[in-house]
Design a protein around this ligand. Structure first.
Ligand code: PAF
Length: 297
């Protein structure tokens, strides 16, 4: 029998709980999520559990990070199932506010220009930010709000959303939030597909085709591991793999500096990452892979 995780519905409730735990000398960990939890989220909860005395998981589908015509309405939601999974994973409290509790007055018109928002800067304008204008402004804003509500010592994010991890790390640093941002490895299905709540919206043929994202990343990383430094050669190999799946429409594939996200032309001493995004049917998927350092002779 597992202890039921407490459920807080308002920022004041979760803040009171967090202050109580902090006053008792506990380290508080926060795992921000939009729910529809899978093993990837649970790995973050376990990591937080192993490092913190108390673990809060937020479950909030944040409207300000979805653009017009994106999948806010169809984003999978299942709080009852999430609650069971979180209790089993040893989460102490779930913060599950509604839009009105989170955004308060004016929550029915979030684009009125009245509200305070956090701008993500250049890191939020490239790749996902370019294809989804305003996305990282919404992410940075809601994560800042979650930090203000749950006042954690540490917050845990998956590397699957690599650009998001970088945007949030920089925000926490530059806004002196006093929260340690912890990045955790991507969890994959047995065929390599990165776990994502959006995978639930893939049809069976699309689900199979979606594995090409990881296959192309692996092909690129293997070429780099074999010593290829020229980025255009790596990207050409990846495009070749992607072209084999007509159901998959690539949005971008790029080799970037892992810190600045600046596109690279050749691999060198700096840590690099390949980022990829693609549309599979109506579902937009992203993934990434770390590249080995290439030492010059
Ligand atoms: O990665 C997510 O699920 C969301 O972008 C986050 C960080 C919970 C903010 O809504």
């Amino acid at each position: 029998m597992v202890d039921e995780a407490l459920v807080a519905r308002t920022p004041d409730e979760i803040r009171a709980l967090s202050y109580e735990w902090r006053a008792a000398g506990k380290t508080v960990g926060l795992v921000p999520t939009m729910g529809a939890l899978h093993e990837g989220h649970l790995s973050l909860v376990r990591k937080a559990r192993s490092e913190c005395g108390k673990v809060i998981v937020s479950v909030f589908v944040n409207p300000t990070q979805f653009g017009a015509g994106e999948d806010f309405d169809t984003y999978p939601r299942n709080l009852e199932n999430d609650r069971e999974l979180l209790s089993e994973a040893g989460c102490d409290a779930i913060f599950a506010p509604g839009v009105a509790e989170m955004y308060g007055e004016g929550s029915t018109d979030l684009s009125s220009g009245e509200r305070t928002f956090v701008e993500a800067g250049r890191l939020g304008d490239v790749f996902e930010g370019k294809d989804r204008p305003g996305h990282f402004r919404g992410v940075a804003t809601v994560v800042a709000m979650l930090m203000g509500a749950a006042v954690p010592h540490r917050a845990y994010f998956g590397e699957k959303d690599f650009q998001q991890l970088k945007v949030i790390g920089r925000m926490a640093r530059e806004l002196h939030m006093g929260v340690e941002i912890v990045g955790c490895p991507t969890v994959r299905e047995s065929d390599g597909l990165a776990m994502s709540s959006r995978n639930a919206n893939l049809g069976s043929e699309e689900r199979e085709a979606a594995t090409v994202l990881h296959r192309s990343l692996e092909a690129g990383a293997k070429l780099a591991a074999d010593g290829e430094k020229d980025v255009s050669t790596i990207l050409r190999r990846m495009r070749g793999v992607l072209d084999g799946e007509p159901l998959v429409e690539p949005k971008y594939v790029a080799v970037v500096d892992a810190e600045t996200l600046e596109a690279l032309e050749s691999l060198g001493e700096r840590s690099a990452r390949i980022l990829i995004a693609a549309r599979v049917g109506s579902v937009r998927l992203i993934d990434n892979i770390a590249l080995p350092f290439v030492r010059s002779e």
